[in-house]
Design a protein around this ligand. Structure first.
Ligand SMILES: [Ca+2]
Ligand SMILES: [Ca+2]
Length: 298
């Protein structure tokens, strides 16, 4: 696979040299760096402030200051600070690994080119010889500061709790800072938010969203947490997109699982891989067969 990729890179590189197309191959990148796509700019990806790596800010046409530090992670109260070096492939930044206690963590940030969405994927590996528990706290500080209001959550109200798989924050709809959608987990996930709060680390106020996860990771095992950020001009645009956050099939349909192979997807603990229809059909047929057999015997 790696050889194939390298060969493809050489070919793409050659094509680029001949001005036929642009290369999509990985290259070292100094961090923080910016990503963009579909009218959204993600500023200072992997900036270190304060005491943890964040996406420094985000803006869309006519509206800026979405964040004062997004997708910050801490593990067992220790801030996760990724190295200032990583890889840039297409619109995906992958950091080098960092260490918090027995955990080795890598951050991956993908900017969609079709919708104003950024995917943050964090892989956490237990490097010790015994099972280890990790309280992962994901916190996003919003730029709306003391004007911050919650315009919507997945449960249908405007109170953010652990029951909410997403929450939409804003200063006001249609102006000022962008309307920000924050996505924490998907349907039927094995791991969901165990603690939620609208108070986060201090950065021009403490307003934002916090979602904690409590993971038990086996020796050598890697578990991943996947989050999404979306910026819109108003609440109507954000609300019209919320169906995408249902599960991995809706994410896939929106192109938001781009670049994630089956193994990677299976390691994401806060989303559930949807069984293939053929698997469901086989299961249904097997149940039917057993039912018929039981009837016939009795
Ligand atoms: Ca703030
Ligand atoms: Ca606004």
């Amino acid at each position: 696979m790696k050889t194939t990729n390298s060969l493809m890179c050489i070919l793409f590189g050659l094509a680029a040299t001949l001005s036929i197309g642009s290369p999509v191959c990985g290259a070292p990148v100094a961090l923080p760096a910016n990503l963009s796509g579909a009218g959204a700019s993600w500023i200072g990806v992997n900036a270190s402030f304060p005491g943890r790596s964040v996406i420094a800010d985000g803006n869309i046409s006519g509206q800026g200051d979405a964040y004062d530090g997004a997708l910050a992670l801490s593990i067992n109260s220790s801030g996760v600070i990724f190295p200032a070096t990583g890889d840039l492939t297409g619109s995906t930044i992958t950091t080098d690994a960092t260490t918090n206690g027995v955990f080795s963590t890598v951050g991956e940030y993908f900017a969609s080119q079709t919708v104003p969405v950024l995917r943050g994927l964090f892989s956490i590996t237990n490097t010790s010889g015994s099972i280890a528990t990790a309280n992962i706290s994901m916190q996003t500080n919003v730029g709306a500061d003391n004007s911050t209001t919650i315009l919507g959550t997945s449960s249908g109200d405007t109170t953010y709790t652990t029951a909410d798989s997403w929450a939409i924050l804003d200063d006001f709809s249609g102006g000022g800072d962008p309307t920000t959608t924050n996505v924490f987990y998907g349907a039927n996930a094995s791991e969901t938010t165990t603690f939620s709060s609208t108070t986060v680390f201090s950065s021009a106020g403490t307003q934002g969203v916090r979602a904690d996860f409590d993971l038990a990771i086996a020796p050598g095992e890697t578990q991943r947490l996947m989050f999404f950020l979306r910026m819109d001009a108003n609440i109507a645009d954000a609300s019209g997109y919320t169906g995408t956050w249902d599960d991995m099939s809706t994410l896939d349909a929106a192109g938001l699982l781009s670049g994630l192979n089956a193994t990677t997807q299976s390691q994401i603990v806060n989303w559930s891989v949807v069984p293939e229809p053929s698997t469901l059909l086989l299961g249904a047929l097997a149940s039917l067969g057993m039912l018929v057999r039981r009837r016939w015997r009795s």
